[in-house]
Each structure stands twice: as C-alpha cells, then as structure tokens.
Design a protein around this ligand. Structure first.
Ligand SMILES: Nc1ncnc2c1ncn2[C@@H]1O[C@H](COP(=O)(O)OP(=O)(O)OP(=O)(O)O)[C@@H](O)[C@H]1O
Length: 727
C-alpha cells in the first residue's frame, strides 16, 4: 500500500471506522448480535470487571506496507492486519468496510461524558464491527471498503480459534510474542464465527525501536534519540512503519457537553477530616473556599458550571501554593481532584497576566505544558483544561500518540497556550519545531512518579534540557500523583526549585478509603470461574477488570463475551481509535465491563465505575492503589476485589496488608500469614513494591518533619538552601 492510500483513508474517514465492542453472540454464532443479558445469580463475592479491545502498534509495520496475503505468521505481527484481519478465515483486513457512513472517524470517543448519542450509533457500529473481516457481509464489505493498511491476509495463524478451554497460562507468554496458530488452544473454530475478526490479533513488540512504557505512550525514535528530529519524526514519517492516520474526533462544542459532570458522593465532606501535611518553607496559607482564591469571574463561573462548590483538600492547599508561584509536589488519594488543583491556579495566572489569544503560527510557544503517561489521561486533562478555560482566550490543545501527526500539528498551529501532551508526541513536535519552549512558565507532570520512573524519566530529562526550555528557576514546575516512591521524589529534585513545597493529603501512596477492598485467594486456574461469578453478582454495574498482559486482556474479554457478559477492552496493543471506542462504550454503559491492562490504571475518571477487579494483581503496590482508584472517586463509594494467587503474588502480601490496614479494611488472616512468612525485616517501603513512603523524602535526610492535620499548619523542614545534603 502506498502513501496515497493512507492519505485516502484520511479523506474518507468513514471507511476506517469500526466497532470495538465484543459481543459474544457475534463471535459464536455470527448472528447479528442479539443483546445478551447478564443474569445475576446469587453468589458469594462481588464485583465486576470491564472488557476488552485492541490496540495500536507502531511497530512491526516497518516493512509491512503490503501485508496483503501474508499468512498469519507475518500479518499477525502487524498492527492493522492483526487487528482487523479475519479470525479463522483468511479474509483480509481490507474487508473492514463500513457501508454505513455514520461510522465516521470522529463519531466515537471515549473521552467525554456524553450527553450522548451512542444509542444511535450503536447499531451501526455493531454492524460494522461484525462485518469487519468480512464474516457476515464479507462481500459487501469487501466491495465497499478500500484496501486498508495491513489489510490483507487473514489471520490464518489463529485458525483454530480461541479455545477457551485452554489454560490461562496460554495467555501469559511475553507480550510481543507473535501469536501463532493454535496459541489459543485447539484448532477448533471456537471463535471462528463471523464477526470476531479483530479479536485475536497479536502484535509483536512495540516496534519502531522506541521505548514503550507500561502499555502507555510510545516513545518514538525521534523522541528517544533527539529533541531535534529533523526528518525522523517518529509518527510523522514512515521510515519505520506505516503512517498513523487516525484523526480523533473533535470533542463536542456545546456547553452542556463541556460542563457535563458527575455528582460528588456521600463521602465528599469526609475529605475534610483527612490529615494533610505540607512541608517546606514559607508555606502560603491554605484556602477554605473558592472565593478565597480570588479567581477571575470567568473562572469562577466555569467552576460553578462544573458543579464545584467546595474545595477538596488537595485543592485547598495546592491552589494557594501555585498562585504564590511556588513549585509543588503534591500527593493525594485517587479521585480527589488533583487535576483542578493545578489547572485552576495556572489558568488564573494566565488570566491575571493578561494572556493574549495565540494566533495561527507555524511555531507555537505555549505558556503551559502538561504531560501525562497515557493518551486517554492526557485527553481527559485537556477536556478539563478546555472546560475551565471556557470563555477565555486561553487555548488548550491536546496531542498524543496513535493519532495522525499532521493532525497534532494542525491543532497546534491554530494557537496553543496550554499544551497537553504525552511524552513521545511532545518530543516529536518539539523536534519538528512546531512547539517552542521559550514561553513556558508552567510545566506540569501529572502522575509524576510514573513520568519520572525508568520509562519516562529519560524523556522528561530531555524535555527540561531542550533548547529554549526555561531553567527550573524561571518556570514553575508542578508534580501530582497519588503515589510517590522515595527514589522518585529524590529524582524530582532535578526538576524542581530547591524550595519546592510538598503536600501530602493522607498517607502518601495510600488507597482511597472510599473503596471497599476485598482480597480473595484464587489460584490461577480458578480465576475465570471466579470472575464470572463476581460479575454475575454485579449485574449491570460498571466494572473494570485488570489483567497483567495485553494478550490476556483479549483472552479474558473474549471469554467474558462467550459467557454473554458484554465486554470491551483497552490495552496498548489496540489501535488508538479502538481504545477510544472501547472507552466510549464503557463510559456510556454499552459495555459495562472493561478489561484493561495498566494503560487504564492511572488517572481515568469514569463515572459510575462501581467495581474494580484485579484478575491479576499488578507487580507493584503503587499500581494496585492506582487501579482500585478508578472507583470510589470524588466522595463516591466503590468496591475492589483482587484475586491473590499465592503462587505469584506473595511479594505483594506485605504491602497489601499495609495498604488494607491503612485504609481501615479487613485484612484476611491468610494474607497476614503470607505477609508474615515473607516478612522482610526493616522493610521500609522505599522500593516500588511499597507504599510506606509517608513523608516528604527530604525529611529523611534532614531529620525534621511535622505531620499536620487537615488544619492549616505545615511542617517545617530546614531550608534546602542551608544544607544541600538531602538532595
Ligand atoms: N472541588 C470539586 N468539587 C466537585 N467535583 C470535583 C472537585 N474537584 C474535582 N472534582 C471531580 O472529581 C473527579 C476526580 O477528579 P480528578 O480526576 O482530578 O482526580 P485525581 O485526584 O486527579 O485522581 P487520580 O489520582 O485518579 O488521577 C472529577 O470528575 C472532577 O471533576
């Protein structure tokens, strides 16, 4: 396929849409997807989980332009081919056709809260999806759809379908291992029926030679190697793979959509009783009300329209600190309003400084850059920025991987005051000289511990050393997360002024107390049965099911579909459009179950997620805290059920006991026993396996700290300027 084909795809966007929902009926029978109903059955445990979908992969395609009739051995390593290719039938990807042009690129997004019309779109999507791969109306699709990238070659390697009788362990090979025929069990065409053509793709590696974080943003070649990419713009060129052509839909422009929000929960007022610690010097006093922040009328108006009447603790402390121009590292429990805590004061500053509307220019110089580790999260932050800057001349822009590079550039060139970006795409646009850094006054790292760890840390260091980036003395750097391991805190010093302030709301790294946590001992081979039992009990309530690998996400999602539990999935091997579609289907309740990898663990704020199920526990306790924080947000309650496999999860027993007891949860005796048997003397929690970091790490070196209450005192640590030893 030549470049022109890719461009054509952009010009005729409707042809490249598809539906991500997995509904078992379509797989097993080829019927047109009867709606299934989940039958609640009485049962012991609780919860639910989410579903599956696929992914986008930049790699693999390098030479795979014409994937055309390749066999699965090759095609299943490639993004689109494997995503869309027929499953168990040698139909090509090119069959993915959407006769219905309602299915335009842009009609789906998992990002915004819907005053939605998903209901209308759903049938069309479903049809389209089931046709993809040509199973149902293959001939029609084939006739109607032009060849697409990777679009040939069926997925014959997977013939034999998806033997659900296969042991779970079959899913647990390394991600990136090309899937071959028989991987999912027998050659029985268990799932070879119509419509499941895109389910069992396999994709090897993250491709393009770039670093790929934990299911998160891909750091592309240009970003990895240089801030100045010249011709090597990762996603923008095709030297290492096919162009990414996905153009995400524009978010709704109407005010109702922009300000759509969900209600705070019954425990919102309890936030006030959480202990807060602020450490550092000359701490500005906290504020108690929005009025005290003295924001401009437009901002106040937007805050009211967003339904905010009362500040959360992290907002009470962070807003005045940021307004005072101080650098900040803030740690507060999941779902407690950290996004507004940095957006509001930044926007207030911009308004105060009389920011002028930025105009069309090839090179834009934003005043604020916000980075976050996943595409879905950065989009969410962007929507918040757009909401709070509504009616002002501040223009927020979002750019992220998995979307057409040219689209990102077009968004930027129209004007950009606040740039929300994932790291890879950010470095790309800097390298392409679409973004200049000279005007940057605010640099925000959301999920800062993730942004500074081994995955993204090097990119962030590159960012702050890019030509033009103001030094830390000349910019304001703000870091937010619910977890902050000690070693990450120490590394953060490189980014922050010496006199930065540290706000800790509650226990750093502690779980949200509004989440009722249950840990069940479940062996590897009993997990699926337990999952179904749990989900049957949750009925139609929304649930996210976390698994450890992308392949397992597909496996479990399909399994649940077969069990007639409407499920979709999100993970890093799905194309971006599919990820967004999956999120949209989950948000609107079309698929009440979302199976996810860690890509969805952090930051996502989805209304009505009542349950989180850790089908697999994560490898670190911090990850656990983030995952269960997808429920119980903003004063609402939620439930988390975790399947603890003593064979593989023993290392988590000790920190899990700590997290449970800190959150006043019941700790099972068996878990305590395992924790005791694996007890590590002197375990202090300094590793990523711990959440025991309870303080500003500077104090560990300087020996003085004070834990204050939710009142408005602050601990006083020696001024870093007096003693450099802490750093
Ligand atoms: N003061 C407030 N009043 C009412 N709702 C609020 C307030 N602050 C934030 N919210 C809402 O609470 C929800 C959670 O906020 P947000 O996503 O910023 O949490 P977070 O602390 O960043 O969580 P995470 O750690 O998971 O990223 C959002 O829907 C947000 O709009």
């Amino acid at each position: 396929m030549g470049d022109e084909d890719w461009e054509a795809e952009i010009i005729t966007p409707h042809l490249s849409s598809y539906v991500p929902v997995l509904e078992k009926d379509r797989y097993s029978s080829g019927a047109n997807g009867d709606t299934f109903s989940r039958t609640p059955v009485p049962s012991s445990e609780m919860d639910d989980g989410p579903s599956r979908r696929d992914h986008f992969m930049r790699s693999g395609f390098a030479s795979g332009r014409s994937l055309g009739n390749r066999d699965a051995g090759e095609s299943n390593k490639r993004e689109s081919a494997s995503t869309m290719g027929g499953f168990g039938v040698g139909k090509g990807f090119g069959n993915r056709g959407f006769p219905n042009n309602k299915l335009e690129e842009g009609d789906s997004s998992g990002f915004w809260r819907e005053p939605n019309n998903f209901g209308e779109d759903t049938p069309a999507r479903s049809r389209g999806f089931s046709r993809r791969g040509g199973f149902q109306d293959g001939n029609d699709s084939e006739a109607l759809a032009p060849p697409r990238r990777g679009g040939r070659g069926g997925f014959r390697g997977c013939r034999g379908g998806f033997g659900l009788g296969s042991p779970n362990s079959e899913c647990e090979q390394d991600e990136g291992t090309p899937r071959t025929g028989g991987l999912f069990g027998s050659r029985r065409p268990a799932f070879s029926g119509p419509g499941n053509g895109d389910i069992y793709q396999s994709r090897g590696g993250s491709g393009r030679g770039g670093y790929k974080g934990l299911n998160e943003e891909v750091i592309t070649g240009s970003a990895k190697n240089s801030w100045k990419s010249g011709t090597e713009g990762a996603e923008s060129d095709d030297t290492q793979g096919p162009k990414v052509t996905y153009v995400p839909p524009a978010p709704p422009e109407d005010e109702d959509s922009i300000f759509a929000h969900y209600q705070t929960g019954i425990n919102f007022d309890k936030y006030d009783s959480i202990l807060v610690e602020v450490s550092g010097h000359d701490v500005p006093p906290a504020i108690l009300t929005f009025e005290e922040a003295n924001l401009c009328p437009t901002l106040n108006n937007n805050i009211a329209k967003a339904g905010y009447t009362k500040l959360t603790p992290v907002q009470k402390y962070s807003i005045p600190i940021i307004l005072a121009g101080r650098d900040l590292m803030a740690c507060a429990q999941t779902g407690s309003g950290k996004t507004a805590a940095f957006l509001l004061p930044i926007l207030a500053h911009m308004m105060r400084d009389g920011i002028t509307a930025s105009r069309f220019r090839e090179l834009q110089e934003p005043e604020c850059i916000i980075v976050a580790p996943t595409r879905e999260l950065i989009n969410q932050i962007y929507l918040e920025a757009r909401k709070f800057s509504f009616g002002t001349c501040v223009r927020a822009v979002v750019i992220y991987g998995g979307t057409q590079f040219g689209h990102s550039v077009r968004q930027i060139t129209q004007g950009c005051n606040v740039l929300c970006a994932t790291p890879g795409r950010l470095m790309d646009v800097i390298g392409k000289e679409k973004i200049g850094l000279r005007q940057v006054r605010y640099l925000v790292l959301d999920e800062a511990d993730r942004m500074l760890d081994m995955g993204f840390g090097p990119e962030m260091k590159k960012l702050i050393s890019c030509p033009g980036m103001p030094s830390k003395e000349q910019r304001q750097t703000l870091m937010f997360s619910a977890t902050f391991p000690e070693e990450i805190q120490r590394m953060a010093g490189e980014f922050l002024k010496l006199n930065y302030l540290f706000v800790a709301v509650g226990q750093v790294g502690g779980a949200c107390t509004d989440v009722q946590q249950t840990v069940l001992q479940v062996g590897q081979y009993s997990k699926r049965e337990k999952l179904v039992e749990t989900l049957r009990n949750t009925g139609d309530e929304r649930a996210m099911v976390f698994v450890e690998t992308k392949k397992k996400a597909d496996f479990i999602a399909t399994f649940l579909c077969q069990e007639k539990i409407s499920t979709t999935s999100i993970h890093g091997d799905r194309e971006q459009r599919e990820r967004e579609q999956a999120l949209g289907d989950f948000r609107c309740g079309k698929c009440p179950v979302l199976v996810a990898t860690s890509v969805a663990a952090r930051g996502l704020d989805i209304e009505n997620v009542q349950h989180v199920i850790n089908f697999d526990l994560p490898s670190t306790i911090d990850e656990y805290v983030h995952r269960i924080g997808r429920t119980g947000r903003c004063g609402n309650t939620g439930r988390a059920v975790s399947f603890f496999d003593p064979e593989s999860d023993r290392h988590l027993a000790q920190p899990l006991v700590k997290v449970l007891s800190d959150a006043q949860q019941d700790v099972p005796a068996w878990l305590e026993e395992i924790a005791f048997s694996t007890y590590v003397p002197g375990f202090s929690g300094s590793s990523r396996e711990s959440v025991f970091t309870s303080v500003d790490t500077r104090k560990n070196f300087r020996g003085k700290s004070t834990l204050s209450t939710a009142g408005f005192s602050s601990s006083q640590i020696p001024n870093p300027a007096d003693d450099e030893s802490w750093d």
